[in-house]
Design a protein around this ligand. Structure first.
Ligand SMILES: NC(=O)c1ccc[n+]([C@@H]2O[C@H](COP(=O)([O-])OP(=O)(O)OC[C@H]3O[C@@H](n4cnc5c(N)ncnc54)[C@H](OP(=O)(O)O)[C@@H]3O)[C@@H](O)[C@H]2O)c1
Length: 228
């Protein structure tokens, strides 16, 4: 059975620990305060879920830090650099500032790329960035399964992540290279703003829609468009 270590017992960490355990993974939920993690794990009462320290959690095959960049995620992980070598690092960060009005990173980078730069020996897969915490509690919207956009430059790592996540009640969409995290993270900034404007916050998500199209199909408007 594959193992995943989740670091942090906040809104995302607790829900992801439960979701991965229910998906059949062996989960270790790590905390700065292992007694808090133990309390949470007992309260969730899902088989396959145990608790411990960050140090214990980073020993798992997949590692998912569930904390904010603004709260010092990079410095917190530095002591575990060696343990993280070669690991699939599931990055869920959105680089929000303290009041969630903007990002602490410029447009030409992303949380995922900053982490890959700081931990080049890990295999970063960006995921769950577009999923607001409340959505985990009911991931479908009027019967429609919502999407998780998955980004990364290491295709094998992305595939391994998508495989372990298969039983989860989301549709996992391969959203391409790691640099696409710039877009996905900012889509989350946008969905937060839209959610507030339309009174959905924090219960909203994306679903990419499309249908097969035949190249060369007749353009209904061809006769109206004059050649340039
Ligand atoms: N909230 C969302 O809807 C959402 C959606 C998508 C992605 N994300 C991303 O998920 C990550 C976690 O978000 P969250 O909403 O779960 O955060 P949160 O509720 O604030 O929880 C963060 C956890 O990080 C740990 N932590 C470690 N060092 C910390 C420090 N110096 N200050 C505060 N907490 C510290 C704490 O767990 P321990 O004390 O147990 O160690 C804390 O419970 C962020 O990167 C965020 O961008 C969030």
């Amino acid at each position: 059975m594959a193992t995943i270590g989740i670091l942090g017992t906040g809104r995302m960490g607790v829900r992801l620990a439960e979701a991965f355990a229910k998906a059949g993974m062996q989960v270790i939920l790590g905390s700065r305060d292992p007694r808090r993690a133990e309390r949470v794990a007992k309260g969730l009462n899902v088989s396959g879920l145990t608790s411990g320290t960050y140090e214990e959690a980073v020993k798992a095959e997949f590692v998912l830090p569930a904390m904010f960049l603004r709260d010092g995620l990079i410095a917190t992980l530095q002591p575990y650099r060696k343990a993280l070598t070669g690991k699939i690092f599931i990055d869920i960060t959105n680089p929000f500032n303290d009041d969630y009005s903007d990002f602490i990173l410029p447009w030409d980078t992303s949380g995922a790329e900053e982490l890959q730069g700081r931990f080049p020996e890990t295999r970063i897969v960006g995921a769950f960035k577009n999923v607001w915490w409340e959505v985990f509690d009911a991931p479908t919207f009027d019967g429609t399964v919502s999407d998780v956009f998955v980004v990364g430059d290491d295709q094998a790592a992305k595939d391994a992540f998508m495989k372990i996540s298969e039983p989860m009640p989301f549709r996992f969409v391969d959203a391409g290279r790691l640099a696409n995290a710039r877009v996905v993270e900012r889509m989350t900034l946008l969905s937060g703003e839209l959610g507030q404007r339309y009174g959905y916050f924090p219960r909203m998500n994306y679903r990419f829609v499309g249908e097969p199209w035949t190249p060369g199909a007749a353009d209904r408007y061809a006769h109206l468009i004059s050649p340039v």
